[in-house]
Structure formats: structure tokens, C-alpha cells
Design a protein around this ligand. Structure first.
Ligand code: CA
Length: 230
């Protein structure tokens, strides 16, 4: 199997080198760019499998780069993992809103970084073959519009079905309300973010015993997880 190519965008060479060494030891093919323009050159040459993008960069910030790449059809689906020294919730939300798949707060361990990278790559991989999704004992079938919990059917409204489908197809990651509006409702409609909360509430009611799988992540959004105690 081809080693996944990871583009590290980080101006601090000591950090970039440490990440590169760890990635190489763990079966990845790392590349390094120290700023936006050089990252863009690498991406123009060959699309990496994932970008580890530092927030604090000289010139364009990681946030600006993420936004720019999400607008470009060629890079809009490129997995981006933000590296941030900031621990503030608004910054995490801003990173996710800019299109990052996930974020890691510095300082982080190699194990944590590898786990996040693998999770993002896993989530990104099976995009096409997701007619039926199963998370734990919760199953959703796109073609028949059926949701079951422990093989028993659940009654789920149309919007809640779309919302659940999206959350299950992108399980374990946190989605901000703005992202959910964009992905589930589409970006051409004007709906208040509170609408998401209303539908999440209804979805939980529909899920009954599995309601705890839809987690609220304070200050960040929602996540569907198999880790919940149900
Ligand atoms: Ca930096």
C-alpha cells in the first residue's frame, strides 16, 4: 500500500522536523512547507493525503489557508488537521468553520497526533460507499430511509434522518452548528443556528435509547459517537 503523504505546514522547523520523524517512523510520507506559498506549491505539484496545518504562520495564517483551500474545487475535500497553540473554544470553532476536519492543541503527544490523522483519513476514505452506515447497534440505510436500533425500527423525521445520516457518516468528529447547516441544510438557505439545536433535540427523542450517542460538545457543536454509554 502507498504510504499516505502528509504535508506539514509549520514555520518552526524544530516542531516540523519532530512531526516528520514521527510520521516517517509510523508509515507516513511527510513533506514540509514553512509558509502558505510553499505549501501551495507542494499542493499544486501533488495533492497530499492530509495537511497538518499550523494556525500561527508568517504571512497567511493557517485559518486563511484552510478557507482558501476549501474554496478551490481541487482542494475542497483535502483533509486538513489544524495545529493550534490556542485552547480557546471560539478559536476551535473558527478552525472547524474554516473547513478544518479536526484540530490538535499544542503541545500534543505523537500518539494523539497519529490517532487524529488516522481518524481523519478513515472518515475521508469510504465517502462513496455509504449507503448503509452502522455505528455500534445503530444502523441507517440511505436507500430505504430506515433507521434501526438493535434491529428494531425507529421513527425518524426527514430532516432528522438527513442530520443523522451526516453525523453517522462522519462519526466521532465534532461538527459546529454552521457546518451542520451547510452540510445538512445546504448553504443557500438562511436558517438560524438554533434550528440545528431544535432538530438535534427531535433526533434524540426519535433515537430513544440511543439518544446519548448524539453528544453535545460544549462550545463546539455536536458529535455522534459509538463511545457513549447507551
Ligand atoms: Ca507556527
Amino acid at each position: 500500500m502507498k504510504k499516505p503523504r502528509v504535508l506539514i505546514v509549520e514555520d518552526e522547523s524544530s516542531i516540523a522536523e519532530l512531526i516528520a520523524v514521527n510520521l516517517r517512523h509510523n508509515g507516513f510520507d511527510p513533506l514540509w512547507a514553512s509558509d502558505g506559498p510553499s505549501a501551495q506549491r507542494e499542493i499544486d505539484t501533488a495533492l497530499p493525503d492530509l495537511v497538518l496545518l499550523d494556525w500561527m504562520l508568517p504571512g497567511q495564517s493557517g485559518l486563511q489557508l484552510a478557507r482558501q483551500w476549501r474554496k478551490d474545487p481541487r482542494t475542497k475535500d483535502m483533509p486538513i488537521l489544524m495545529l493550534t497553540a490556542r485552547g480557546d473554544e471560539p478559536d476551535k470553532v473558527a478552525g472547524l468553520d474554516a473547513g478544518a476536519d479536526d484540530y490538535i492543541t499544542k503541545p500534543f503527544s505523537t500518539q494523539e497526533m497519529l490517532a487524529r490523522i488516522r481518524a481523519v483519513l478513515r472518515r475521508r476514505a469510504p465517502e462513496a460507499s455509504t449507503e448503509r452506515v452502522e455505528i455500534g447497534e445503530l444502523a441507517l440505510d440511505m436507500s430505504t430511509h430506515r433507521v434501526t436500533w438493535q434491529n428494531a425500527p425507529l421513527k425518524v423525521g426527514p430532516t432528522e434522518f438527513k442530520l443523522l445520516g451526516y453525523l453517522m457518516q462522519h462519526a466521532e468528529r465534532v461538527h459546529s452548528r454552521a457546518q451542520l447547516l451547510d452540510k445538512v441544510w445546504g448553504d443557500h438557505v438562511y436558517i438560524e443556528e438554533r434550528t440545528v439545536d431544535v432538530h438535534v433535540k427531535r433526533l434524540r427523542e426519535s433515537l430513544g435509547p440511543a439518544a446519548a450517542m448524539v453528544e453535545t460538545v460544549r462550545g463546539a457543536g455536536y458529535r455522534l459517537t459509538s463511545q457513549a454509554t447507551v
